[in-house]
Unconditional design. Structure first.
Length: 127
């Protein structure tokens, strides 16, 4: 994400008192590494099972860090997407489902996908 956009995101989230959680995916190439990176970045509880169902459960709970809204940035996501496109698509689907669940309670839950290159053509293949 360009610096100006990154700064604007941080300022907007801060003004709304939404925490910004960054998940660094620069070295993530497997599902297991992705699940570990998300769990660490979001300080998932000890019961987190490091699988897709546990990810979904944690993303729709977040009781250990209650807030009025959430912003999650998947930094350098193109690394994981290129290495494991099916797993990356599954992950995005889980984040979308979590956003839908939070929306039912009128709580914003935004997931932003950041890339190292700025080239987003590969995202079209996920649709």
């Amino acid at each position: 994400m360009p610096y100006a956009a990154d700064l604007a995101l941080e300022e907007a989230a801060e003004s709304l008192e939404y925490p910004v959680h960054r998940v660094d995916l620069a070295r993530v190439t497997t599902k297991e590494a992705f699940l570990a990176a998300v769990g660490e970045a979001l300080a998932f509880p000890d019961w987190y099972g490091h699988n897709w169902d546990a990810l979904a459960d944690c993303l729709t709970d977040l009781s250990w860090m209650a807030a009025d809204g959430y912003v999650i940035v998947l930094d350098h996501a193109d690394t994981f997407a290129a290495a494991s496109p099916t797993d990356f698509a599954t992950a995005l689907s889980i984040f979308q489902d979590a956003a839908d669940t939070w929306r039912e309670d009128n709580i914003p839950f935004w997931t932003l996908v950041g890339t190292a290159s700025g080239d987003m053509d590969w995202m079209q293949d996920l649709a």
